[in-house]
Ligand binder design. Sequence first.
Ligand code: G3P
Ligand code: CA
Length: 347
Amino acid sequence: MNNKKRSRFAIISLGILTMLTSFSAYSEQPLVIAHRGASGYLPEHTIAAKAMAYAMGADYIEQDVVMTKDDHLVVLHDHYLDEVTDVQSKFAERKRSDGRYYVIDFTLAEIRTLDVSERYFVKAGEKKPVFPERFPLNQARFKVHTLAEEIELIQGLNKSTGKDVGVYTEVKSPSFHLQQGKDLSLEVLKVLQTYGYTGKQDKAYFQSFEIEDLKRVAEKLLPSLKMDMKLIQLMGDESYYDEITTKSGIKNLAQYVDGIGPSIGMIVDNHSTAEQLEFSDLVQNAHEHGLLVHPYTFRKERMAMPAYATSYEDLLDIFINQVKVDGVFTDFTDLTVEFIHSNNTTQ
Ligand code: G3P
Ligand code: CA
């Protein structure tokens, strides 16, 4: 992080922080958003991982969505297939010059022939799991599914359990898709509409990292479809987001989105120590403008947790009880639900 970014952070005592952020956008318990499903336990974005997250008590289940060659919407984190499937062994010759296998180059029927695994990287020609303690790499069979299939699972479980778990859908690389002649955001909205998500009161969020495309969703696509939707502007530490994370940028965002989804490092400086946490003013600014704050990603593995957090529960305590965020994207729905219940966390 450069000095300009570091200057966003200030050492704020807990007392002052509590005063600054003592309200959240909604006075409810923080939402537990199952990040790619119960991905701490089963391969991300598989139907099994979604069913497990549902059973663990998630409030919302996340879908990242990309489009196939024949215009089907599939639930995958990347517009590439090569980090979670066996595409290399089944379609070796179909990689592009950059060595990647693009979802958009494959039909849904072709993609359905692939097996999905835990996320991996290749080292010395061998697949290595990104998270070695999670589900084994070459065990059991998992498949890619469509957005509609996942919504049908969630809505089916809502019927059979009597619960009302929501969908939290992200369009991945919409500008890339537009360049390829495919309007990903429009097609995702149409599917959400088909399944009854048509207003802000419905249990659905629409999220995107792309600023211009999300604005297009708010100002053009939703009105053209005569629907509305809770919108979340995702953001990271890249300079692309510098303007929208200023005070005036947040004020402007609040004109057309319902909340923001920052990385946790944008809220608590990763250089913090357990004894001295450094907070940015992002949550305070967002809450002052009525925006929800749903940071990502809460993981329990030491390698994926900031050094200042002494445990997963400590990380949750910092963000839920001290910063008072409105929801968290987590790979560990069970631990997060348990933490919230045992703390009886209300905001
Ligand atoms: O969408 C919130 C969070 O999922 C953002 O990170 O890269 O996992 O989609 P990513
Ligand atoms: Ca996501």
